[in-house]
Design a protein around this ligand. Structure first.
Ligand SMILES: Nc1ncnc2c1ncn2[C@@H]1O[C@H](COP(=O)(O)OP(=O)(O)OP(=O)(O)O)[C@@H](O)[C@H]1O
Length: 967
């Protein structure tokens, strides 16, 4: 389906640049010009540079591309061709008209001699049946989208044609993908657990003396039914209290889990074959496996069923994962019956072990009592600050007070260090840990962080004081799922592993460590291994704003004793918990424990330093980098303490040498390939690489000082691939989540998106930069000395924060690239409120009308975006068969059946969030793998008292069918 536009009447066309009201009509035939020419009038004008596979034609920078515009008089009368002219081009003057074919290269002498580039062709008569051919040519000087609007004024008609070319260089060209994107289709079929024939599990790792299994916490049928039928469980309308605590969070976790289940459905495969591999295994190819879509590891299982008949489904355990193949063991009978030509329907399952840990943590949290869960109910405390001699001479007064407070704390309630980015929260924690370690011989310290990257970051900071610490006193606990190769070589000696597989050491070894560093989720391994509540005298929760409350409860409910000092550090204005289910997010799962505590303290203990210390001195960012986030998110309270020099970046020719925030505007194209729903923009990749090469030329900036942040995993992969040729292993490329808590001298942000319509979708799923102010905040506060943003200004201007950044750069003479959108009034996409209420679908008010008007108001083609539909442009054009026809795909307006399902699941694989979140989840919690089931299936008696009873409706392990469906 495309869009067809009438040609203009004389009146309509009379005011140059003003776009008259136009009427759009849908047409069915999307690629034959003749069809609508005959409907339309006596003159047929072809469209130059038709789209190829739904995308603008790719040309190389420096090479001339030319195509014809044929103007045919199909009427029986002569018509006067008044003019053909280039109305506008972007970049300016990048296209010319000519009556002859232009020279395509330097050797094309004949054409060179005769060539005369024109901006208009005037005044001639076309006889009946006569066709005039005019050439439109373009020689791009730089990468990116090149657009031209050509107006044909003939007889009574005004006809417009819009041409699009995408200029590549060798770097972007190498990333060109000819694999069209097609959405993965799931079977949407669930198997009844009871009917599944159990498979053969991989041999389990030996575990140390556990007596109890991690309960299953199978989802009670009535709660499942309630949520699946879109009813709101009553408990969610109640105020959170000691009484409903477990039920409240259990319900939210069920909502989350149902979403995850749904997501796995999308990976299901129909009519696929498996290959016999040796005596014991069948192998199955899983497209996307290498990108962890789906994320499968040894110990997970699939369910397979013969495609031809209604035979029973069989469970197949994954024994090995290789590139895009998994090796499976089913029941013996399945292997006997198997033939490589057999076709199967395959369903992937979601590994519940982490979820079960969360259920367990919130049920056990009741033991913590109100001092931890509802400190507003506990008696007011007075902490006697403990004087100390700073080990870090740089520590400032507020940081020193916070450390003194931590040293003086005796048991709960928790103590919170709150501070905007770069205010030294981690540094304060490190000082407190070192003080405890050196001064208090009995201190046993656990530090949890939201991701492996963040936990490694803490270790790295601690090692800066390695002269104070015996290496044998520190242990970095890793989940078995973590790849050995992912761990920095300097940290390996602090980890425990066998055959390059990470493990939790036995209890006796664990007890000897004075400082243990872990992710929130992995800390459950300590409890499982037998560490008792109260063993740790101090538990530090770093980046606590990133952990959901159940996640924060994993270390607390499992390990916190009466006298344990609990310290949280974080910032609720930075990235929050990863929650898949929008409704669960809204109902409370998206609010971190830190945020809830801050809320209580603000309400009941406002300004009381016995509970909270607020840090406002930023030591990370150049004042110009800090200004905007300080104003947007922190009421201008941040105090910049970093020197403001920008001397070493002459290599990239900053337009304003004293202003180290540069916006590089580029109109590229965002695309997807294969079945991978993640976006990439090869034009931006090339621009990012070129900036990096300029920065590192002659060693001006070291690669380790540069970080590249981009929201999409495919863009991360493409940038890494493009950088391979330049061997820069120390240059970190990652998502915002992977950069939270981190910093680099130079940060380059690639925003990727070049299509307006994606933003609504992004926002719906709370992904991408545009949709999430927290992500924006984190992204722009990672740079110490130089921040460069590479993106399409016409897209990002739709978000109020990004627009502010764009204007901030432009106002300071620090904008380069394609023409800027005018700073005229247009409504932004509705901004999620700064209260964590990021709304569900109903909360989103994407103002398509405004978005349309916005483009409509633009007077020049400079603002054209090929991937906007004509109606978006509000411009009267017949951008022709091609763009209208292909824009349907290209503009990524999702076909109806690809729109978010009505039952609203964020886990739609169509877009980035789920994948990204799976990735982040994997990092945050070292997600699902089987090792969870090794160490965690059993929990030591003390850690999980036998007398503990589950709330009604929650079943214990004995009620689970033997199929292993629930692990
Ligand atoms: N008192 C100080 N004097 C000098 N530099 C400091 C001080 N405190 C922190 N810094 C430096 O500021 C930078 C940011 O510190 P840190 O990472 O601890 O901040 P943060 O608040 O944890 O940041 P984020 O919110 O991004 O996680 C680091 O380079 C750190 O060394």
């Amino acid at each position: 389906m495309g869009t067809y536009l009438r040609n203009y009447s004389d009146d309509e066309f009379s005011v140059a640049g003003e776009k008259p009201e136009v009427e759009f009509m849908d047409y069915q035939n999307d690629d034959t010009l003749q069809d609508y020419a005959s409907e339309d009038g006596p003159v047929v004008v072809t469209v130059p540079f038709p789209f190829e596979d739904g995308k603008p034609k790719s040309v190389l920078v420096g090479e001339t591309s030319a195509d014809t515009i044929s103007i045919e008089n199909t009427s029986p009368e002569p018509v006067t061709l008044w003019s053909v002219r280039i109305f506008s081009s972007n970049p300016e003057d990048s296209y010319v008209l000519s009556m002859m074919r232009p020279p395509l290269n330097d050797a094309d002498e004949e054409a060179k001699q005769a060539f005369l580039g024109l901006t208009s062709v005037e005044d001639r008569t076309l006889m009946p049946g006569q066709t005039l051919t005019i050439w439109l040519s373009c020689m791009p000087k730089d990468i990116g989208l090149h657009t031209s609007i050509v107006h044909v004024d003939i007889g009574e008609e005004k006809i417009e044609r819009v041409a699009f070319l995408l200029a590549d260089d060798n770097i972007s060209k190498a990333l060109f993908s000819d694999k069209p994107y097609s959405r993965r289709r799931g079977q949407n079929k669930k198997f009844e657990p009871a009917s599944i024939v159990p498979g053969c599990r991989p041999t389990r790792q030996h575990t140390q003396g556990f007596k109890y299994k991690l309960p299953q916490f199978a989802i009670p049928a009535d709660i499942r039914e309630l949520i699946e039928s879109k009813q709101r469980p009553d408990v969610l309308s109640e105020e959170l209290s000691m009484i409903n605590y477990a039920q409240f969070f259990s319900t939210l976790l069920v909502m989350e889990e149902l979403n995850l289940e749904e997501e796995m459905r999308a990976y299901d495969m129909d009519s696929v074959s498996m290959r016999r591999r040796g005596m014991n295994f069948l192998s199955l190819e899983v497209p996307g496996l290498a990108e962890r879509r789906p994320s499968l590891v040894q110990g997970d299982f699939i369910v397979a069923r013969y495609a031809r008949n209604d035979a029973r489904p069989y469970q197949g355990f994954i024994h090995k994962v290789e590139a895009d193949e998994i090796f499976l063991q089913f029941d013996y009978q399945f292997h006997i019956n198997h033939n490589d030509r057999n076709q199967y329907h395959v369903s992937f399952t979601y590994n519940r072990v982490n979820m079960r840990r969360l259920y367990k943590s919130i049920h056990e949290a009741e033991f913590l009592g109100p001092d931890i869960l509802f400190p507003c109910q506990s008696p007011c405390r007075a902490v006697k600050m403990c004087p100390f001699k700073p080990l870090n001479p740089h520590i400032n007064t507020e940081q020193a007070d916070a450390v003194a407070m931590i040293l003086g704390c005796k048991g709960v309630p928790p103590y919170v260090i709150y501070g905007p980015p770069g205010t030294g929260k981690t540094m304060t924690i490190i000082e407190a840990i070192l003080q405890l370690y050196t001064a208090k011989k009995r201190a046993n310290i656990l530090i949890c962080a939201a991701s492996n990257t963040a936990a490694d970051h803490v270790l790295e900071k601690l090692l800066h004081a390695s002269y104070l610490i015996r290496p044998s006193d520190i242990f970095r606990l890793n989940a078995q799922s973590r790849q050995y190769e992912d761990v920095n070589a300097d940290f390996i000696k602090f980890c425990f592993f066998e055959d390059r597989v990470f493990k939790c050491p036995p209890l006796q070894a664990l007890l000897r460590y004075k400082i243990v560093i872990s992710t929130y989720m992995s800390s459950s391994l300590l409890q499982a291994e037998g560490i008792r509540r109260g063993h740790f005298t101090h538990i530090f929760l770093d980046e606590a704003g990133q952990a959901s409350e159940p996640e924060a409860m994993v270390p607390l409910s499992g390990l916190c004793g009466r006298d344990t000092v609990v310290v949280l550090a974080g910032d609720p204005m930075q990235l929050g918990p990863v929650v898949y289910c929008k409704q669960a997010d809204k109902d409370g799962l998206g609010i971190s424990y830190l945020q809830r505590l801050l809320f209580y303290f603000e309400q009941y203990q406002s300004g009381n330093p016995n509970y909270v210390t607020k840090l406002v001195r930023n030591y990370r960012c150049h004042p110009a980098i800090l200004d905007l986030p300080s104003e947007l998110f922190y009421g201008g309270e941040l105090i910049a303490c970093k020197e403001g020099e920008v001397s070493s970046y002459d290599c990239i020719g900053l337009p304003n040498k004293s202003f180290p925030v540069l916006f590089v505007g580029i109109q590229g194209c965002d695309e997807r390939e294969g079945t991978n729903p993640s976006w990439f923009n090869r034009i931006e990749v090339s621009k990012v690489v070129s900036i990096i090469r300029n920065l590192t030329k002659g060693g001006a900036v070291s690669e380790a000082d540069i970080g590249v942040i981009t929201p999409y995993r495919q863009q991360v992969a493409k940038i890494k691939k493009a950088l391979e040729a330049f061997e820069m292993p120390d240059l970190k490329v990652g998502s915002v989540e992977q950069f939270q808590g981190q910093e680099r001298e130079v940060i380059i942000i690639s925003t990727v998106r070049s299509t307006v319509k994606h933003n609504e979708f992004d926002k719906f799923f709370n992904l991408g930069f545009l949709s999430n102010y927290k992500r924006f905040n984190v992204a722009i506060t990672r740079a110490k000395s130089l921040l460069i943003i590479v993106g399409n200004p016409h897209i990002i201007t739709m978000d109020q924060h990004w627009d502010r950044l764009l204007r901030y750069c432009a106002d300071n003479g620090s904008y380069q690239g394609c023409p800027l959108p005018p700073p005229e009034s247009h409504s932004y996409f509705d901004e999620p409120k700064h209260d964590e209420d990021q709304g569900g679908p109903a909360g989103w008010d994407y103002n398509q009308e405004e978005a349309t008007n916005y483009s409509y108001k633009q007077k020049e083609a400079t603002n054209y975006s090929y991937n906007q539909e004509p109606s978006d442009l509000g411009f009267k054009r017949d951008s022709g068969a091609h763009s209208a026809a292909t824009n349907d795909r290209w503009s990524e307006e999702l076909p109806e059946d690809e729109n978010p399902p009505s039952n609203y699941t964020e886990a739609d694989p169509e877009e980035e969030t789920p994948k990204q979140r799976v990735e982040e989840g994997a990092e945050q919690g070292d997600v699902p793998p089987n090792q969870w089931s090794t160490n965690d299936d059993q929990v030591q008696q003390d850690a999980y008292p036998a007398k503990y009873t589950f709330p009604s409706g929650w079943c214990d392990v004995s009620s689970i069918p033997a199929t292993g469906w629930d692990d």
